[in-house]
Design a protein around this ligand. Structure first.
Ligand code: ADP
Ligand code: MG
Length: 323
């Protein structure tokens, strides 16, 4: 029903940053090398994400907006070893349920593209169009049909900051992809997409921080840890400057964050945290990714071993730096 789909949409799409997260994930899954995000008024007036990825074949475009229509999962077993970021087919229908959405796409090898328009969940048009290969999704007037949800949003500046955080995390996670973010006509993030993690760190955090980031690299059997941690001189008042990646997927995990800060024991003042980008590469069978699309929690089969590996990796990086 209409109510049920609005409720379901609200679980995935809490605010403009949730739209950006889902669209950017789809672009990464589509193999994009360039992902451009444009927002207006904190994303409430407009969010537009364009990529140069594989596109969607013309005959699958309307399917993409059906709930649970995912092209990324064929058996339940695959849930256990899911490599792509999205796997539930919830995002596009949820976005379309709470905005005026337009998706324009041209699949690799296709002669022309397709544009589908939806208005708060109802299909409002499907046309053949000329466009570059790849996909652009535009969502306008977000929550225009849900005034209560819109009231719950913060200022345009605060919503923009959340979007910038999301795009920055994916830029750190995928240094081989060129990300841009333009807010109300101003480019606020522009990464080179060089494939070098340090270049992404430089674009996201600037040279003062990037020059104080120490390389992390540690291999322990089938677990490997890589990334960067800041010297103790660069500390922050909260944990949000630590980006945790599992197999290059941005996650939230309290124990990895704790392992990182513990490795600084005695070096950081009270309640200070480092800047860090830590990627854990681990066999897919050793990690459960929470199936709730808006959460980023993970569960590890061998959490103690992982904790030690991260702790060791970070401590090693700090010791190598110490005079
Ligand atoms: P999911 O990502 O969970 O599969 P979505 O609702 O996010 O579900 O997307 C539905 C489907 O639409 C995807 O499985 C994919 O086939 C297609 N799709 C969405 N966005 C893109 C994109 N940017 N490029 C190519 N295909 C896309
Ligand atoms: Mg998705």
């Amino acid at each position: 029903s209409d109510v049920a789909s609005k409720i379901a949409a609200g679980e995935v799409i809490e605010r403009p940053a949730s739209v950006v997260k889902e669209l950017v994930e789809n672009s990464i899954d589509a193999g994009a090398t360039r992902i451009e995000t444009v927002i207006r008024e904190g994303g409430v007036a407009e969010i537009r994400v364009s990529d140069d990825g594989s596109g969607i074949p013309a005959d699958e475009v309307s399917l993409a907006f059906l709930r649970h229509a995912t092209s990324k999962l064929t058996t339940v077993d695959e849930l256990q070893s899911v490599a792509t970021l999205g796997f539930r087919g919830e995002a596009l229908p949820s976005i379309a349920a709470v905005s005026r959405a337009t998706l324009t796409t041209r699949a690799t090898g296709a002669d022309s593209g397709v544009r589908i328009q939806l208005r708060y969940g109802e299909t409002a048009g499907l046309d053949e169009v000329g466009c570059a290969p790849g996909t652009t999704v535009q969502a306008q007037e977000l929550f225009g049909n849900l005034p209560a949800r819109r009231k719950f949003l913060r200022s345009s500046a605060a919503e923009t900051a959340r979007i910038q955080e999301v795009v920055s995390r994916y830029a750190l996670a995928s240094p081989g992809v060129k990300f841009t973010l333009t807010a109300d006509g101003r480019t606020i993030l522009d990464t080179p997409g060089s494939g070098r993690a340090r270049d992404a760190v430089l674009s996201v955090y600037g040279s003062d921080i990037a020059s104080q980031m120490l390389p992390v690299l540690h291999v322990d059997g089938d677990i490997s840890i890589d990334g960067f941690v800041s010297t103790p001189q660069i500390s922050r008042g909260n944990r949000s400057y630590m980006t945790l990646l599992v197999n290059h997927r941005w996650v939230f995990d309290g124990s990895i964050a704790y392992a990182i800060t513990q490795a600084y024991q005695g070096m950081l003042p009270d309640r200070r945290y480092p800047v860090a980008v830590i990627n854990v590469v681990i066999p897919a069978h050793a990690v459960d990714v929470n199936s709730h699309p808006s959460k980023r929690e993970v569960r590890f089969r061998n959490a103690d071993r992982l904790f030690s590996a991260v702790h060791y990796a970070v401590r090693d990086a700090l010791l190598a730096h110490a005079p």
